[in-house]
Design a protein around this ligand. Structure first.
Ligand code: LRH
Ligand code: MN
Length: 427
């Protein structure tokens, strides 16, 4: 469904006065505090978040899945939905595909369709955590780490195949997440599993085009519940360091044991120049894949505080990270959930841009924890929503995405177009 720009202008006109007073209030305050509001607005607009192709339908758990209707039943419809999000917030200008869930039958046609919606393709994701219908050898006991060389070969060939699909679409990165692991003590030789995974990744690494990156995503558990071969940032960093300069670590916020200090991991990986990118989501307990910023918004701010520190550090050796969402929608409308997630990422980023880094460094050098918290939370407690809305308005997007999405009855229109029963490939 293509969104008529006039509908966005009409929406913004209705909200203009309320927005203008909120924006001039915060702009004046920040200018008084010495901030360059125009520089901040430019940085907000430049932050583009990639939308996962596997999270445009209703997610589910092993217990149930309650479809909301009007879901995209093809890659073309998925691109249309991401295009709709991008038209509404001009902040979702990329789509991250998962292979084989979203194999482009005609890559050229898919690439030009995405262009129509002003979308590019971010990292492509391989899948060696499911057996395909016609697959002879199973990934039940692993893929790149499997004890059987033939299974490892199959998984390597799949990843090389995914790179080829990505090249045809203009993608520049491969994300490798391995479910490989065990459910019981003694089930696997940890050393052999690591070595086999490294040897397999080396073969995939040689197939990477020169200007590509490989993102190694770690996860402590699920689908296996005793050990996971690539369980934490240290293992991912070890592999990325042994593979070479095109290999990086991918931080999925939901892939950390409770109370893990993720902002410290981000600072360390950035310091090492090995932070490749993110799968943004939020969680209360496990890999819950909830709306970004819905459970731990302060942690997200602290993560962006470390990111901004690294990105503004002239001596930083870390390339610009890949910004991607990885979520699953069990109770919210998938598109509303994604609009809220993009907003939460921009909120945390903008608040982090407001941190007075000189004063914070001075407080830290003086071991003044109280002053350090005052400085951090002054930025965190600043309502930056009018700034993000203004950046959207200037980009021709909606001042309030959720309000526009609902006023236009987008889901109702999608159900009329696609019906109630369409199922979207993915989680
Ligand atoms: C694993 C994961 C990985 C994807 C999958 C959809 O939990 O985060 O990034 O491949 O979700
Ligand atoms: Mn992920």
């Amino acid at each position: 469904m293509k969104l008529d720009k006039q509908l966005i202008q009409d929406h913004n006109k209705k909200l203009h006065d309320k927005h203008q007073s909120g924006f001039s209030f915060i702009a004046d305050r920040l200018t008084t505090e010495g901030h360059d509001v125009e520089r901040i607005l430019a940085k907000i607009a430049a932050l583009q978040i990639a939308i996962p192709s596997w999270a445009l339908g209703t997610g589910g758990t092993r217990f149930s899945r309650f479809s909301g209707g009007g879901e995209p039943g093809s890659l073309e419809e998925k691109i249309a939905d991401v295009g709709l999000l991008h038209a509404i917030n001009r902040s979702s200008g990329a789509i991250s595909l998962h292979i084989p869930w979203d194999i482009p039958k005609d890559a050229k046609a898919i690439k030009s369709l995405a262009k129509e919606y002003d979308l590019v393709f971010d990292a492509v994701n391989s899948n060696t955590f499911q057996d395909q219908a016609d697959q002879e050898l199973s990934y039940k006991y692993g893929s790149l780490s499997h004890s059987d060389k033939a299974v490892r070969k199959l998984a390597i060939e799949h990843n090389v195949d995914v790179i080829k699909h990505g090249e045809l679409l203009g993608s520049k990165a491969l994300t490798v997440w391995l479910a490989d692991g065990t459910c019981f003590p003694g089930q696997q030789n940890f050393r052999k599993a690591f070595q086999r995974t490294l040897e397999s990744l080396k073969e995939i690494y040689t197939a990477l085009p020169d200007d590509w990156q490989m993102f190694i995503e770690y996860k402590p558990y699920e689908p296996y519940f005793y050990s996971t071969v690539i369980q934490d940032w240290g293992t991912s960093h070890l592999l990325a360091s042994k593979l070479g300069k095109k290999a990086y670590c991918l931080v999925d916020l939901g892939h950390h044991l409770p109370n893990t200090n993720i902002e410290q991991i981000v600072a360390t990986l950035m310091m090492e120049g090995k932070l490749g990118g993110f799968h943004f989501n939020d969680s209360k307990y496990g890999d819950d894949d909830l709306t970004v910023g819905s459970i731990k918004p302060y942690q997200l701010f602290l993560i962006f505080n470390e990111l901004v520190y690294g990105m503004e550090d002239p001596a930083s050796i870390n390339p610009p990270p890949a910004w991607m969402i990885d979520a699953s929608h069990n109770v919210k409308d998938p598109l509303e959930d994604l609009l809220q997630s993009v907003e939460a990422i921009k909120l945390a980023y903008t608040q982090a841009l407001l941190v007075n880094k000189e004063e914070l460094e001075a407080a830290r050098e003086n071991n003044d924890a109280t002053q350090a918290q005052e400085i951090l939370q002054h930025a965190y407690r600043t309502d930056v929503r009018p700034l993000i809305a203004e950046a959207r308005r200037r980009a021709g997007a909606a001042l309030h995405p959720i309000t526009l999405f609902r006023n236009l009855n987008v889901r109702k229109q999608l159900i009329q177009e696609r019906g109630l029963k369409t199922v979207s490939t993915g989680l």
